[in-house]
Design a binder for this molecule. Structure first.
Ligand code: SF4
Length: 109
């Protein structure tokens, strides 16, 4: 798609380990301003894509709970650095509040 806003960026940015990571947040921001996002998402859904960010949507079917502890800590750190509170992180990652509280304690301030 010649109008794709991502055309001049490294495609790897659209395949982050988490949509909350720095790369994931960047890709989602680019998608938010893309004039062909609806077509992009429709095409990804039509082809059953299950990896990466397409049309501003995180297509992974990998459950956050399946991430290893290092990846989980990195996701929580990215979310915290983006200004997200504990409740929002817990809801978005579908984790118990106690788990998020423990991860936040582990990564420190
Ligand atoms: S919506 Fe699709 S085409 Fe547009 S920037 Fe995102 S991934 Fe690229």
């Amino acid at each position: 798609m010649s109008q794709a806003s991502c055309r001049d960026f490294d495609p790897e940015l659209w395949f982050p380990f988490s949509p909350l990571s720095k790369d994931g947040q960047f890709a989602l921001a680019v998608c938010a301003g893309c004039p062909v996002s609806e077509q992009c998402l429709a095409r990804a859904e039509r082809h059953g894509v299950r990896h990466g960010i397409w049309g501003g949507q995180w297509m992974e079917n990998k459950r956050v709970a399946d991430l290893d502890q290092d990846a989980l800590r990195a996701a929580v750190r990215s979310a915290r650095d983006a200004g997200w509170g504990q409740a929002l992180i817990a809801r978005h990652l579908r984790l118990p509040h106690q788990s998020v509280a423990r991860l936040l304690r582990e990564i420190g301030r």
